[in-house]
Structure formats: structure tokens, C-alpha cells
Design a protein around this ligand. Structure first.
Ligand code: PHE
Length: 344
């Protein structure tokens, strides 16, 4: 059937849809033509005047028109969505020719560069890494190291006390006793890198917190020459083949004999050298043969087992290696200092 009004609505719908250029207006038009209050509603009044066949034919014509409009709208929707996606992709297009954003990546603190290097050297000699707590018992920090209460050697290692028996460890040496007790009479070959604390006035060469690496070897037939050879190898790996070491006798309550170890200065002993003050030697660490009392207290028979131990200050090694003049630079996080150690 041909109804003029239906024809008009249909043709207007087709024209309207054709003109649409956004999804929002597409929805408006859909509402206009296909919702319950659409323009087709006006045609319903006409229905009443028709015969049954007429109603059927008219109804079918309206439905066909609505179906056509729905199809047209959905086709248009797909088209518009595609256009919208294309526009978005264009907007978000990446220009690979633009210069890259430059992210600054920080470098390792020279303290850790050197600590890693030291650890690597000792791992290469077959040492294992041991650990111990920074908050330590007096028992391990002093007593088991042959430093009983009221021993004068305690004065040189005053520290921060948590309570009467608990303190911030003054050196990594308590790990010696801890490992000996753990290994229960078996041979030992460990290093222990870690932080230590002392009540010190902070200046160019002292800090209330610093790093040490402890070394401990316990076995049968260990002598001072094993200690000397070990440290010689360490120094040559750290500072170069030309360096020599020198052992001076010293005193630690937990080693006997005890030594202070010097490394030869690269200036060759020039009078005005700031590193060695013209002596040709720079003190680098302390060590010695583990005191029989220390072995005994942690379960080793000193007649059967001997041992050597040493303690190296990490900052000290780094300062000498890089020519750093002030220990405080390690802790200040000054990028002007740190960036000098950045590696690509
Ligand atoms: N613990 C000593 C110190 O901090 C160094 C040391 C370690 C000496 C091991 C002898 C043996 O001064």
C-alpha cells in the first residue's frame, strides 16, 4: 500500500540518517523514528479507518519501513564508529622521529662498587658469605672475643647501647663467634660484609657508622703466612700488581699475634704525598691469628685448630682506590660526587 504520510516519514528518515555525522545525533534520530513516541505513532490513528486487510497491509508497510530505517541506522553506526576509531588512531599516532625523553638513571654509590669488588675477590678465593645482626649482644661483640667487662680495649669501641647487654655492633668480628658456634668444630672460611657503629666524632676520616668486611679462616695448620698471602693477593687485585703489603705488630684482644697491615703508596714515598704523608705506606686493615681463648670459647680445640682473621674498612679501601678525601661524601648523596662513579 502507498500512504503518502508513511512515504514522507520514510523518505525524511532516510535523508536525516544520510546527513548524520556523529553518534550522538544518530541516537537522536533513532529516538525520533523508532521509539514509542516516534513519528510513526501519528499513523496509528489512520488504522482505525481501515478494513482488516487494509490494517494488515498498512501494518506491514509500517514495519517494513521501520526495519529499513533500523538497518540504515545500524549501517550508519558502524560507519561512524569506524571513522571515530580512525580519528583516534590518527590523534594518538606516535612519531618515532621525535627525540627520546632522557631519563636520568642513577649510579651505584662508590661504597657499594668497592664492597662488591671486595666480595668478588674473596669469593674468587673460595670464601663464603656470612651474616650477623647489627644490633648485637655484648656477649658476641665483646665477651666471646676475649674482651670481658671492664677490659680497657672497650674504650676504643664505645658505641650506642640499646640496653646494658645489647648494642650496635662496633665491628663485624662478633660474626666470628657466631659462625664458630654454628659450624661446631668444622673448618671455616667466611667473609662478612656489614655495617658497624662507634661513638666517634664525625670528621674527614671518622664516621659513627661505616662498613667493614670481616674475614675468618679456621682449619688445621693455619699460620700467619696464610694470612699474609691472602691479604697480599687481595691488595694486588684491588690496587694492582705493583702494590706491596707490610705487617706491623699490633694488639687486638681476640688475635695473637695481631698485626696492622699497610699497603705501599703509589707515590713511592714522596715527601709531600697527602695519602701516605711521605712514609710510603698506608694503613689499611687489622688482623691476626685467632686467639686460643676465642677458639676455645666457641667450641674449637686450639691445639688442633688454628685460624686467622682480619677486618677491613670498606670506605677506607674505596677512599684509597678513588682518591676520595672525606669519608662523609659516601653518605651525603650529593649527585656531583655520585655522578663521578656512574657507569654506562
Ligand atoms: N675488629 C677489628 C676492628 O674493628 C679488626 C680486626 C678484625 C682485627 C679481625 C683482628 C682480626 O678494629
Amino acid at each position: 500500500m502507498e500512504d503518502q504520510e508513511l512515504k514522507e516519514i520514510y523518505e525524511n528518515a532516510m535523508k536525516d540518517i544520510e546527513k548524520i555525522d556523529s553518534l550522538d545525533s544518530l541516537n537522536e534520530v533513532k529516538n525520533d523514528y523508532l521509539s514509542k513516541k516516534s513519528r510513526f505513532m501519528g499513523l496509528m490513528a489512520k488504522m482505525k479507518e481501515l478494513t482488516i486487510e487494509g490494517k494488515k497491509a498498512f501494518g506491514e508497510a509500517i514495519n517494513r519501513a521501520k526495519n529499513d530505517i533500523t538497518t540504515k541506522i545500524e549501517e550508519k553506526r558502524i560507519l561512524l564508529e569506524q571513522k571515530q576509531l580512525e580519528k583516534k588512531l590518527k590523534e594518538e599516532e606516535i612519531d618515532f622521529t621525535l627525540p627520546a625523553v632522557n631519563y636520568e638513571i642513577g649510579g651505584k654509590n662508590p661504597f657499594f662498587i668497592i664492597q662488591d669488588e671486595m666480595i668478588d675477590i674473596f669469593l674468587g678465593m673460595g670464601y663464603e658469605i656470612a651474616e650477623g645482626p647489627e644490633v648485637e649482644l655484648d656477649h658476641f661483640n665483646f665477651e666471646l672475643l676475649n674482651i670481658p667487662k671492664d677490659h680497657p680495649a672497650r674504650d676504643m669501641q664505645d658505641t650506642f647501647y640499646i640496653d646494658e647487654n645489647t648494642l650496635m655492633r662496633t665491628h663485624t668480628s662478633p660474626v666470628q663467634a657466631r659462625v664458630m658456634q654454628e659450624k661446631k668444630g668444622k673448618p671455616i672460611k667466611i667473609i662478612c660484609p656489614g655495617k658497624v657503629y662507634r661513638r666517634d666524632d664525625d670528621d674527614a676520616t671518622h664516621s659513627h657508622q661505616f662498613g667493614q668486611i670481616e674475614g675468618l679462616v679456621v682449619d688445621k695448620n693455619i699460620t700467619l703466612s696464610n694470612l699474609k698471602a691472602t691479604l697480599e693477593l687481595f691488595i694486588k687485585k684491588m690496587y694492582g700488581e705493583k702494590r706491596e703489603i707490610r705487617l706491623r705488630s699490633s694488639y687486638f684482644p681476640f688475635t695473637e699475634p695481631s698485626v696492622e697491615v699497610d699497603v705501599s703508596c703509589d707515590c713511592g714515598g714522596k715527601e709531600n704525598c697527602s695519602k701516605c704523608k711521605g712514609t710510603g705506606w698506608i694503613e689499611i686493615l687489622g688482623g691476626g691469628m685467632v686467639h686460643p681463648n676465642v677458639l676455645k670459647m666457641s667450641g674449637y680445640d686450639p691445639n688442633e685448630y688454628q685460624g686467622f682473621a682480619f677486618g677491613v674498612g670498606i670506605e677506607r679501601v674505596a677512599m684509597l682506590r678513588y682518591g676520595i678525601d672525606d669519608i662523609r661524601r659516601f653518605y651525603q648523596n650529593d649527585v656531583r660526587f655520585l655522578s663521578q662513579f656512574k657507569r654506562k
